[in-house]
Design a protein around this ligand. Structure first.
Ligand SMILES: Nc1ncnc2c1ncn2[C@@H]1O[C@H](COP(=O)(O)OP(=O)(O)OP(=O)(O)O)[C@@H](O)[C@H]1O
Ligand SMILES: [Mg+2]
Length: 254
C-alpha cells in the first residue's frame, strides 16, 4: 500500500486500489486518530478515571459535535486532542504524527501551526487590541511582538471575514460577548490551521448571537474546509455537525 503526501497540509491519501481491485481509489487518511485513550486524574492518591478507552477517527474537513452531560470528559478530550494535555494511556496520532514521540517544544510547535482553539470565555488578552489578539499566534510562533505589514493585512482580512473590520483598534472590554467570540474565531484562524477545536463556543451567549457564531463556524468548516470539533450542550447546534459523538462517564455511548 503506497502512501503519498499531497500537500503541505497534513492530508495524505492511501491508495487502496490494489485492495479493491477497482483501480486507484483514493481515500483520505484521518487527520486525528485516537486509540484506546485513557485519562485519569489523581487527588490525594485517589484515581479519578475521566476517559475510559476511547477509539476515534476524524477525517479532514469533518464537522464533529461532542455532546454529553457535565463531567462526562468532553473538555478533557478536547484538551488532549489539542495537545494541551496528555493521555495517561493510549495514542493520539495527529496529522500522521504519533504525539507520544514529541518533546514539549515539538508538541507546542505542532499545536501552534495546526490547531486553532475557541473557548467558552474567549480567552482574549485584555491589554491587547483586537488586532493584536488575532496576531497572538504569530507573535508566539516568532517569539516577539514585531508587527509586520503583511501580518497586519492578513489579520485585518480575517477580522473582515468575521464581520469586525471596523473595530480593529478596540480592546476586548469595549466589545460585546459575541464580538469577543468573533475575535477569538479570527485568532484561531490566523495560522491557517487544519483543525479548529471549540469548547462550548456559544455557552456564554444569547440565542441570536449564538446562531451567528455557529453560522460563522459552519462556514469555516464548509467553505474553508477546516476540520471542526465542537463541544456543545445545545442539541440544535450539534445537529449541524456531520457526526455527533456522545460521551457519558468517559465512554462513547453513541
Ligand atoms: N485537572 C483536573 N484535576 C482533577 N480532576 C479533573 C481535572 N480536570 C477535570 N477533572 C474532572 O474530570 C471530569 C471531567 O471533566 P471535564 O471538564 O472534561 O467535563 P466536561 O464533560 O467538559 O463537563 P462540562 O460539560 O461541565 O464542561 C470531572 O469530574 C472533573 O471534575
Ligand atoms: Mg467542559
Amino acid at each position: 500500500m503506497s502512501k503519498k503526501v499531497i500537500s503541505n497540509e497534513q492530508l495524505s491519501f492511501d491508495d487502496i486500489g490494489g485492495a479493491t481491485g477497482l483501480g486507484p481509489v483514493m481515500r483520505p487518511s484521518p487527520i486525528i486518530t485516537v486509540k484506546n485513550l485513557n485519562k485519569s486524574y489523581y487527588n490525594s492518591g485517589q484515581e479519578l478515571r475521566v476517559l475510559k478507552g476511547l477509539d476515534l477517527e476524524f477525517q479532514p474537513g469533518e464537522f464533529i459535535a461532542i455532546i454529553g452531560p457535565s463531567g462526562a470528559g468532553k473538555s478533557t478530550l478536547l484538551h488532549i486532542l489539542g495537545l494541551l494535555d496528555q493521555p495517561s494511556n493510549g495514542e493520539l496520532i495527529f496529522a500522521g504524527t504519533n504525539t507520544k514521540l514529541l518533546n514539549d517544544r515539538e508538541r507546542a510547535g505542532l499545536r501552534n501551526e495546526k490547531i486553532g482553539f475557541i473557548f467558552q470565555f474567549y480567552h482574549l488578552l485584555p491589554e491587547f487590541t483586537m488586532l493584536e489578539n488575532v496576531l497572538m499566534p504569530q507573535f508566539i510562533s516568532q517569539n516577539n511582538f514585531r508587527l509586520l505589514a503583511t501580518d497586519r493585512d492578513k489579520a485585518s482580512a480575517i477580522l473582515g471575514q468575521v464581520g469586525l473590520a471596523e473595530r480593529m483598534g478596540h480592546f476586548p472590554n469595549q466589545l460585546s460577548g459575541g464580538e469577543q467570540q468573533r475575535v477569538a474565531i479570527a485568532r484561531s484562524l490566523f495560522n491557517d490551521p487544519g483543525v479548529i477545536l471549540a469548547d462550548e463556543p456559544t455557552g456564554n451567549l444569547d440565542y441570536k448571537t449564538s446562531l451567528e457564531i455557529i453560522n460563522i463556524l459552519h462556514k469555516i468548516n464548509k467553505i474553508n474546509g477546516k476540520t471542526l470539533v465542537m463541544v456543545t450542550h445545545n442539541e440544535e447546534y450539534s445537529k449541524k455537525a456531520d457526526r455527533i459523538i456522545k460521551l457519558k462517564d468517559g465512554r462513547i455511548v453513541q
